[in-house]
Design a protein around this ligand. Structure first.
Ligand SMILES: NC(=O)C1=CN([C@@H]2O[C@H](COP(=O)(O)OP(=O)(O)OC[C@H]3O[C@@H](n4cnc5c(N)ncnc54)[C@H](O)[C@@H]3O)[C@@H](O)[C@H]2O)[C@@H](O)CC1
Ligand SMILES: Nc1ncnc2c1ncn2[C@@H]1O[C@H](COP(=O)(O)OP(=O)(O)O)[C@@H](O)[C@H]1O
Ligand SMILES: [K+]
Length: 518
């Protein structure tokens, strides 16, 4: 699990660090990390470091200072360095002196009327460009000269702290922003490294130790890793039988739309052993495809379960409402998706059927979230947390980065790193998986965190195979376009066991496919 802290809290920790270690020393540590990763990238790309050329794009703050100090260190390794200054009068003075003393070249970016030809040339020709425009203090979209400069970058970019143009808190991009191959950050992850467009623009993220750890308190949110998920994933024990591992009830689909029933049940069956019961009008179809599922016609006839997955394909009319009310009245943990969310949004009396002591998970996509709260989410973490508190639910906000917020304030974020799960019906599979993990007794927040990670990896395995992308296919794992073939939700569900195996191997230290770390 990796912690993520907001800029405000990082600054507070940084101030405490500066009480014990002088700020220039901390900046030198940061710059060392940047220089190291630039050298590695140069070495990987061209086999050597000396004689290569690096262009620094330098803003007015400490972010530019980090870039300048890194440039001075690179000069000492024989790298040609040109600094393009966006604000020559306000450039970090010590950093600039150090670069000049090391023999770096310095050019002004231009004026308000546009980028100078010499600056444009340097940005085009750098073997690597170091983005030191703006970091933690970024506000709004990039200013015009910075935006023009960024648009002229041709080579691979190493971003200092975060890719400029990305909002540090939400990861949103308004206009032009840097797309980094690598982001070198300091002390801990920032929200933009794992949220929204920022996650994609950051490329691979490397965290450099600058001595901040002792001053960082509990993170604002956490990113689950395979090792956490594999350690929690339920598997049968010596003493277990089908009941002790948890029985899930699935209330999904309808006679005319049996697909949602099938996919929700499939997610549950593939996620964990134990038992799955189905209750609804698609009982015959479910029984035929999944003989291990005990299928009946109604929630009332289903028998005992430890949790319910409800919603996909139940419809938003009277019969869907009856199904949802029956599930809520059963007094068991519930994960409610799709039509169940729409029903809860439009008919608030349905909430009365809920036992307030029993956990409820809601799994909206943006449209369902808007139905529930009145507006589409912008600051996804803050708004998921607000909705979780308001409804006293665990709220899972779907998307390329999925946010899971518990009413007690705990938050998990899973940046997918690819887009293969974006296929019809994959949400139904997720609903089945979450329910099964809740039935097995996992804390609802972690049932969501575990299911989301495995679901995303299953989609990737189904699309690209279990092996990592071949060497040289840069970005292949972060873009669905590079390697692999489109999948449907049925293929995703078949890959769930392989993804579970992989996470368990990560937790148990057993054999697993080598995967590039982020
Ligand atoms: N937090 C930490 O742990 C550390 C931070 N350090 C560096 O310090 C940085 C923060 O430095 P500062 O607080 O000086 O601020 P920044 O360097 O992030 O930004 C400040 C400058 O950027 C300009 N700016 C703001 N928004 C802009 C926009 N949209 N377009 C163009 N320019 C914009 C501002 O006018 C200001 O001059 C971090 O990002 C990091 O690089 C490191 O030196 C040491 C450790
Ligand atoms: N661009 C994307 N990248 C990664 N995952 C995505 C993307 N778009 C959607 N997903 C995931 O795919 C699933 C889609 O669920 P949902 O919107 O409910 O679709 P459906 O109702 O068709 O099942 C969710 O798990 C969501 O997080
Ligand atoms: K930057």
């Amino acid at each position: 699990m990796r912690g993520v802290w907001t800029p405000e809290r990082i600054r507070a920790a940084e101030q405490r660090l500066f009480d014990t270690v002088p700020e220039p020393v901390v900046m030198r540590r940061a710059a060392n990390g940047v220089a190291l990763h630039v050298r590695r990238l140069l070495g990987r790309r061209s086999g050597r470091v000396a004689g290569r050329h690096v262009t620094l794009l330098v803003g007015a703050g400490n972010n530019g200072g980090d870039a300048l100090w890194a440039g001075a260190l690179l000069r000492r390794r024989g790298v040609g360095v040109t600094a393009v200054l966006l604000a020559p009068d306000r450039t970090h003075p010590e950093g600039l002196r150090a670069l000049r003393a090391a023999g770096g070249r310095v050019v002004p970016a231009g004026t308000e009327s546009g980028l100078a030809p010499e600056a444009a040339e340097a940005l085009r020709r750098g073997d690597v460009v170091v983005d030191g425009v703006v970091g933690l203090s970024a506000r709004g979209g990039l200013r015009p000269l910075a935006a023009e400069a960024v648009a002229h970058i041709a080579g691979p970019v190493v971003a200092v702290d975060l890719p400029s143009g990305v909002d540090p808190v939400t990861g949103a991009v308004d206009g032009v922003a840097v797309s980094a191959e690598l982001t070198v950050t300091f002390g801990c992850l920032r929200p933009c490294h794992v949220l929204g467009e920022g996650a994609r623009r950051s490329g691979r993220v490397r965290v450099v130790d600058i001595g901040l750890d002792p001053w960082l308190e509990a993170p604002d949110f956490s990113v689950p890793e395979a090792v956490d998920v594999g350690g929690l994933w339920p598997v049968p024990d010596r003493e277990d039988d089908k009941y002790t591992q948890g029985v899930l009830g699935v209330a999904a689909g309808s006679a005319s739309f049996p697909g949602a029933a099938m996919l929700t049940a499939a997610g549950a069956v593939r996620a964990a052993s134990g038992m799955v019961r189905y209750a609804g009008p698609a009982a015959d179809a479910v029984r035929e495809r999944w003989p291990e599922v005990v299928a009946t016609g109604s929630v009332g006839d289903a028998g005992r379960v430890q949790a319910w997955s409800v919603g996909p394909g139940i419809g938003t009319g009277g019969s869907g409402r009856e199904v949802l009310a029956a599930v809520l009245e059963a007094g068991r943990p519930v994960v409610a998706d799709a039509d169940a969310i729409t029903l809860l949004a439009s008919d608030t009396t349905l909430w009365d059927a809920r036992d307030p002591d029993v956990p409820v998970v809601l799994t909206p996509h943006d449209g369902e979230f808007a139905r529930l709260t009145g507006s589409a989410p912008r600051d996804r973490v803050a708004e998921a947390v607000r909705a979780a508190r308001r409804y006293d639910v665990v709220l899972l906000l779907k998307g390329n980065s999925t946010v899971v917020a518990a009413p007690d304030g705990r938050v998990l974020v899973h940046p997918c790193g690819q887009s293969w799960p974006a296929t019809a019906g994959s949400g139904d599979v997720l609903t089945g998986m979450i329910g099964k993990l809740m039935a097995a007794g996992l804390d609802p927040l972690w049932a969501c965190g575990c299911a989301v990670l495995v679901h995303a990896r299953a989609a990737e395995i189904a699309a690209t195979g279990p092996e990592p992308a071949p060497a040289g296919a840069a970005g292949a794992r972060s873009s669905s376009g590079a390697v692999g073939a489109p999948i449907g939700a049925s293929a995703l569900v078949e890959a769930v066991p392989a993804a579970v195996r992989e996470t368990r191997a990560a937790a148990l230290g057993g054999p697993r496919a080598p995967r590039p770390s982020r």
